[in-house]
Design a protein around this ligand. Structure first.
Ligand code: PMP
Length: 323
């Protein structure tokens, strides 16, 4: 069958791309799941679809309804596309610190976008909490709640994880991913470990996030510094990440992930966003930990076109000592 049904039918079944330079260099097979090839342009199309399908199944979302979400960008983009394709209204709450490209794209896609000042999760003005309240006040509306709605990780368990197992013919030793909601890492970890207890899973965390210490010591605590990466890193353990068996974590500073993004472009021909740089750095660390001869899979989360103003702006990088 070479015809898929509608926008949503084109989500998933992404290629698993071998990265030849990095594979040769590490002595391992370094494979990237090409999530930037999803029709909405990122790994978050899968979460958006899984959340909407679960809400339709439960009856929480009925025809003509509204999907509200607080999102740093890619989930909102996926939701906006799916809402158009299925006749729902899409309302997005986004911190004003997020990249202008993402905000512009959401508005172009027809989402109603509300920007709010960045605030910590405990603050009632936090973008996720604002989204939850807005959905509560509307009729026939859901709060997608990607961080704590485990339909997210279940979607990755049923699709991303199963695809990786099938595409590698079960010859996969490790999976590495940075975490925003935790949906990707938690879902794929479950899917792979269920099929083989020998599969090792690793969390790649940008500087300033609390998840590295959570995996290594059991308690979240921020690492030193900060990061220009978007959509990854967290100060809290979401319901999606909770109870996930993760073998180890790596803390990846921008001084490592930003050069990797440029290597992926110039040596592998892949134009990707910052989280993909963190993921591939994590895959190389896993390869080093395991030794030559292993197969390490990671995620190429989104494309570089969303990051012209920052990651692909040499002046902006130079101001941050990352040129
Ligand atoms: N990379 C990018 C670019 C993202 O937008 C996200 C999601 N916020 C992630 C990685 C992390 O994915 P997850 O939410 O499944 O942990």
């Amino acid at each position: 069958m070479s015809i898929c049904d509608a926008f949503t039918g084109a989500i998933g079944q992404t290629p698993l791309i071998r990265l030849p330079r990095l594979s040769e260099e590490s002595g391992c097979e370094i494979l990237g799941k090409a999530e930037f090839m999803n029709p909405g342009g990122s790994v978050k199309d899968r979460a958006a679809l899984a959340i909407i399908q679960a809400a339709e199944r439960s009856g929480a979302l009925r025809p003509g309804g509204t999907v509200v979400e607080g999102t740093a960008g890619n989930t909102g983009i996926g939701l906006a596309h799916i809402c158009n394709a299925r006749g729902y209204r899409c309302v997005i709450v986004i911190p004003e610190t997020q990249s202008g490209e993402k905000i512009d794209l959401l508005r172009t896609l027809g989402a109603e976008v509300h920007t709010v000042p960045a605030a910590p999760y405990r603050d009632p003005g936090n973008y996720q909490r604002v989204a939850g309240r807005m959905a509560d006040e509307m009729d026939n509306a859901i709060w997608a709640n990607q961080f704590d709605n485990t339909a997210n990780r279940h979607g990755h368990y049923a699709t991303t994880g199963a695809e990786i197992w099938r595409q590698t013919g079960g010859q996969v030793d490790a999976f590495v991913a940075a975490t925003g909601t935790g949906g990707t890492l938690a879902g794929v970890s479950r899917a792979l470990k269920e099929r083989s207890a020998a599969v090792r899973t690793y969390l790649a965390d940008p500087s300033g996030s609390a998840l590295y210490h959570y995996v290594r010591q059991g308690e979240p605590a921020a690492t030193a510094g900060s990061s220009i990466t978007e959509g990854i890193g967290s100060s809290r353990i979401t319901a999606n990440l909770q109870d996930t068996d993760i073998d180890d974590a790596f803390c990846i500073p921008d001084t490592e992930s930003v050069p990797m993004v440029y290597r992926l472009l110039r040596e592998e021909g892949l134009f990707l966003g910052s989280s993909s740089g963190v993921n591939v750095c994590g895959a190389l660390r896993a390869a080093r930990a395991l030794g030559p001869g292993h197969t390490v899979v990671t995620v190429l989360c989104d494309g570089g076109g969303r990051y012209y103003a920052r990651l692909y702006n040499p002046g902006w990088l130079a101001e941050r000592g990352l040129a």
